[in-house]
Design a protein around this ligand. Structure first.
Ligand code: C5P
Length: 478
């Protein structure tokens, strides 16, 4: 039978000519996919070339997503492919490489063309476990199907920063560079950490794209709210901190049952409450909700089933957390009671102590008769109400104490008065910058004593608190 030119060139490519490392990884890949090395090569070439009238269509079994096998190679370490997009937050991707490696993960980087304007492949490659990859048609790779190999020889793909353009390409299924080709070819879980200007994040096109990607099963972490790289710009669009992204990556790689709070129900309150004066005015406070949101995210990352009852804040819903938004304290209490029973309840909300006894149903007018008189009445204490329940009291009830003086004494008194098990106490004097800021200095007050923690980012405070909770609930380390 006569061979066509195409068949001839495929037949002349032999495994003997491959370098040893590539041969070894080909063997591992073939074993992982349950194919012979020859079949694996055939599969790679078929995917690289695309549908051809000369090659038979792949079978359903060949096309089926392969089951996730974590840590099958890379010296027993789970493998992460980090795709670095082209945004100013790309510099944080270098720290992310370190954070991922700290978690014992094998990291390989792919940089888009735009990313290379912010960080160099040399820097990413030096920090990671492998050289950085940048080209779809890489001269150093013996096969043109390098993107297929990169898409499959990994346990998780992390995209950080995920720019608006990269998200749009992913949502549309573009594959015109190495990063997008990998994202289109992979069967592995994908975690994206968006980072962009707030106007781009809130644009209808980006909203459509992220909704589509969420439907496609893409996991999101962030973006957070805060100052932008551009002068005088603030809002939602900041890339999540590398430690948070690494935590989310770790959670996606672990089998859920091994997570420390797997099977536990956790309730978190966060943010301020708005107590109405009339339909347009309210009494509120400066709580940003950041600490409570970070705790909810950390609990979810630890495998818990988390419900977050949030007052009005400018924060995106944490990954994997069921969020209910409320305004006034009484609504917060109603929602909290509806979520019971839970195993652990963490009351981080800055609930207003008072509300206007009779909020006006009409806007209060300015008159010549002087100022309106507002009569205040006490709000229900949500923490104390739940901590003192005789039915469905959570096993662990944790309150917060934001004090400006006699911090520890006041917090210990609060623990007794409210009937909770732990108090997370912090000094919120204006000079500390804690209220609305990103870091926190904590004293953990339990019935056994007080533990003082160093100043930490609120994400780290959340991670340590969740670790303490897991210790208390008696499940060993993952
Ligand atoms: O009394 P204080 O407001 O300092 O107590 C703070 C703790 O009590 C926090 O955990 C807060 O969430 C909770 N709290 C509450 N309901 C209130 C007031 C405070 O749950 N009405």
């Amino acid at each position: 039978m006569l061979e066509t030119a195409e068949e001839k060139s495929v037949a002349s490519l032999t495994v003997r000519k491959l370098e040893d490392a590539l041969k070894a990884s080909l063997r591992v890949r073939a074993a992982e996919n349950g194919r012979s090395v020859e079949d694996e090569v055939r599969m790679i070439l078929r995917e690289a070339v695309g549908p051809s009238p000369l090659s038979p269509p792949p079978t359903a079994q060949e096309l089926a997503p392969q089951p996730r096998r974590v840590a099958a190679s890379a010296g027993g370490r789970a493998r992460v492919t980090l795709i670095i997009g082209g945004g100013i937050a790309a510099y944080k991707a270098l720290d992310l490489i370190r954070r991922l490696k700290d978690r014992g993960l094998h990291v390989r980087c792919v940089l888009t063309a735009a990313a290379q304007r912010f960080v160099t492949p040399l820097a990413a490659g030096a920090l990671a476990d492998d050289r950085a990859y940048t080209d779809l048609f890489d001269a150093q790779s013996e096969f043109d199907a390098g993107h297929i190999r990169l898409a499959r020889d990994t346990d998780l793909i992390v995209v950080a920063p995920a720019t608006a353009d990269l998200l749009a390409k992913m949502a549309q299924g573009h594959a015109d560079d190495l990063a997008t080709a990998i994202l289109l070819a992979t069967h592995r879980p994908v975690l994206v950490a968006p980072a962009m200007n707030p106007a781009m994040w809130s644009h209808a096109a980006t909203r459509r794209n992220t909704a589509q990607l969420a439907r496609d099963g893409i996991h999101f972490i962030g973006p957070g709210t805060g100052e932008m790289a551009e002068a005088n710009e603030a809002g939602t669009g900041r890339m999540s901190e590398p430690i948070t992204i690494a935590e989310a990556a770790g959670a996606l790689l672990r089998p859920p049952a091994s997570l420390r709070l797997y099977g536990r129900k956790v309730l978190v309150t966060a943010g301020p409450t708005y107590e109405p004066i009339d339909p347009v005015r309210y009494i509120a406070n400066r709580s940003s909700g950041k600490q409570g949101y970070a705790i909810a995210a950390a609990a979810a990352a630890a495998g818990a089933d988390v419900t977050l009852i949030s007052g009005p804040v400018e924060l995106p819903d944490p990954v994997g957390v069921h969020v209910e938004r409320v305004e006034a304290a009484r609504d917060m209490l109603t929602r909290v009671e509806a979520v019971l029973p839970v195993d652990i309840a963490i009351f981080a909300a800055a609930v207003a102590d008072w509300r206007v006894a009779e909020a006006s149903t009409q806007k209060i007018k300015k008159t010549t008769d002087g100022q309106p008189h507002l009569t205040l009445t006490e709000n229900p204490d949500i923490l104390a109400t739940i901590a003192k329940r005789s039915v469905d009291r959570p096993d662990l009830v944790i309150g917060f104490a934001a004090e400006t003086e006699h911090l520890i004494d006041n917090a210990q008194a609060k623990l007794r008065r409210k009937g909770c098990d732990w108090i997370v106490a912090n000094d919120v004097s204006p000079e500390t910058g804690i209220m609305g800021g990103d870091s926190n200095t904590i004293h953990l007050i339990t019935r056994d004593g007080t533990e003082s923690w160093p100043a930490m980012h609120k994400d780290d405070v959340a991670a340590v608190l969740i670790a303490r909770i897991a210790d208390k609930m008696g499940k060993g380390d993952a």
